[in-house]
Each structure stands twice: as C-alpha cells, then as structure tokens.
Design a protein around this ligand. Structure first.
Ligand code: NDP
Ligand code: OXD
Length: 314
C-alpha cells in the first residue's frame, strides 16, 4: 500500500526519504512515478496540480504538508475523504518565534535604529514604551495564534485575540465574530494576522479594517504583521495606509502573489519588512513524523486527528 507525495513545486526527495524511514512497510511514490493507483491509500499534498488526486479509488485520507489547507480547496476535484492538516510543536514554535521577533522589533524600533546607525546619528530620546503599554491583537486564535498570544503575553504585551468562536484564555482578552471585531481592532496597536484563507477571510485586511485600529496607542501608529496568507490582505490598501499614516510598519511573510513579483512596491518601501513565506517552515522530519503517526492511528482503527471542515474551509 502506498503513500503518494503530491507537490505542486519543489523537490519531493527529502520527503520521500523521510517517509521511507518512518514507514518502511509502505511504498512512497510521487506524482511523476509509475505506480498502481489502486494501491494509494494516503496522499500528502502541497499545492498539488488540481485534479491530480482524483484517480485513487482506495484513498483513505489526504494530509496537507502544512497547517493551511486553502491550497487543497483550490482543487474542485478534491476526493471525498477526510483531510487532515499539520499540528506540530515544531511548526507552532517557529511561528511564535517569528511573531515575537517582529512584535519586539516594532516595540524596540529596530528599523529606526538601523537607519540611524547607517547615518551614524546618535539620537537618544526617551521615546520607549514598555511592552505592557502596547496592545497586540491576534486575529486567528487557533493553534498558532493562541500559542503566539500566550508567548506575547509572557513577554508583557497587553494581548487580545479574535476568533470565530468565543475562547477563554488566561491573561488574554478574547473577542469573537463580526460583532466584536470593531472592539478588538479599537484596542490594537500591533495587529498579528494568523487566520486561514477562506471565503470569509479573503481580503479581510483592507483599508477600512486598518483604519479601525487604535489611534490612541503609545507607538507612532499601528503596525501589521501578517503570516497567515497573502490573500487575506489587499496590498494596495496596505501601501495607501502606510502613506497616509494609518500604519507605521508592515511585516509580511505572505503575499497575494508568491513569489512576490519584482515590480511590487512592497519590496522597496522603507517601512515594510518582507520574508519569503517562511515564518514557519514545514520541516520534513517534524512534519513527516506527525503524518506517519496519523497513518499509524488509522491502521490501528483510531480516528484521524486535526481534520478540517470542508464547510468552514479550515
Ligand atoms: P487553526 O485552524 O488552528 O486556527 C484558525 C483560527 O482562525 C481559529 O481561531 C479560527 O476561529 C479563526 N478563524 C477562521 N475563520 C475566521 C473568521 N471568519 N473569523 C474569525 N476567526 C476566524 O489554524 P492555525 O493556527 O494552525 O494556522 C493558521 C494559518 O496560519 C494557516 O491556515 C495558514 O494559512 C497560516 N500558516 C502560515 C505559515 C507561514 O509560514 N507563513 C505556516 C503555517 C501556517 P475558531 O477558533 O473559532 O475556529
Ligand atoms: C503552512 C505554511 O500552512 O507553511 O503550513 O504556510
């Protein structure tokens, strides 16, 4: 019985090697190989070519190679089997590192000091709010958002989170749904976006939303960190909001088009920080181990964990 690795781009070999070690009793095949379609019981995918998972009559489950599953729902022929995503402490910790790095960098104005260093200018003013004076708002309080929120709170930030359903998390103010969105935004100086991309969240990071962020904060203006998905944001709105003072800094790991085209004005904007969609990479060892453990569960007759809802899209 086989596990199919279906990647839309990139080298499948590190994954094949990892799975061969973890699942020595299974054939590990890739989309380019010649194999018996009836033998495929599981597939792991990342932006697989649409339709390429349709011809496996004995498929039992599909695994996303990452935490996000929007890439799967692009495919109108996605098979009617359970879909599971990656939930793994390695992935979670990496994302929290990214969020903490940039929230602290905004708090401690590293961009400004880097510019001053380049100009050999010593400006010693007293403009330094404490973390507890800065309100961070995390949009998306799932596995990644809630871990980042807890760690931001441990550092001392005044943290709130917004999600679809209500949550109770010690030390964190929580808001849920459309009705509480404005109240959440109105108390946010640094907006961290860790939402999934769904029909409901596409384009949610737009000018009206950004103009609803706090205007009474201790930082020069609110800042944005988006490591969720690029199509959550309207990039022309981000640029307009940087220009008119609605936003002070923007940190983006994800973009409407990836790789970010060379002609994008985001590349050269002095208050935009760009990373190439690697806030939290799916490490083959960590992620393959998590997926192999899921396959073992199914073999033992236990239910899959971390399944996603087709209705909700995450
Ligand atoms: P989860 O599914 O655990 O969490 C999603 C959160 O978003 C939940 O709190 C959910 O609310 C909330 N949410 C979803 N839709 C809405 C909505 N319409 N309104 C309000 N809240 C909503 O996902 P993860 O935390 O594991 O991952 C989040 C995303 O991070 C992934 O989908 C992926 O896009 C991105 N990601 C990016 C990476 C990178 O390297 N840049 C790496 C890994 C992930 P509720 O809790 O009520 O369901
Ligand atoms: C993910 C990602 O969803 O890497 O895991 O973006």
């Amino acid at each position: 019985m086989s596990l199919l690795i279906a990647l839309g781009s990139g080298d499948p070999n590190p994954w094949v090697k990892q799975f061969q070690e973890l699942l020595p009793d299974r054939a590990i095949v890739t989309l380019g190989d010649v194999f018996d379609p009836a033998a495929v019981e599981f597939a792991m995918t990342w932006y697989h070519p649409p339709g390429s998972l349709a011809a496996y009559p004995n498929l039992k489950a599909v695994f996303s190679m990452g935490a996000g599953v929007d890439h799967l729902f692009r495919d109108p022929q996605i098979p009617d089997v359970p879909i599971a995503r990656v939930v793994d402490s390695d992935l979670t910790n990496r994302m929290s590192e990214y969020v903490l790095l940039h929230a602290l960098s905004i708090l401690r104005q590293t961009r400004r000091y880097r510019e001053q260093q380049a100009e050999k200018r010593w400006i010693d003013d007293d403009w330094q709010p404490a973390a507890c004076d800065v309100r961070v708002g995390v949009m998306g309080m799932g596995v990644l958002g809630s871990d980042a929120a807890r760690k931001l709170s441990l550092i001392g930030f005044d943290v709130a989170g917004w999600s679809q359903s209500p949550k109770a998390i010690d030390g964190i103010k929580t808001y849920a749904g459309e009705t509480e969105l404005m109240a959440f935004l109105a108390r946010t100086d640094i907006l961290v976006v860790l939402l999934p991309l769904t029909d409901e969240t596409r384009g949610i990071i737009n000018a009206p939303l950004l103009r609803s962020l706090a205007r009474d904060g201790r930082l020069p203006a609110p800042s944005l960190i988006n490591a969720g998905r690029g199509n959550l944001q309207i990039e022309s709105d981000l640029l307009a909001c940087l220009e008119d003072g609605t936003l002070h800094e923007v940190v983006l790991d994800v973009f409407q088009t990836e790789p970010l085209p060379v002609e994008s004005p985001l590349w050269s904007h002095p208050r935009v920080t760009i990373s190439p969609h690697n806030a939290s990479v799916s490490d083959p060892l960590a992620v393959a181990s998590a997926i192999a453990a899921q396959i073992r569960r199914v073999e033992r007759g236990e239910p899959l964990r971390h399944t996603v809802s087709r209705g909700k899209g995450y």
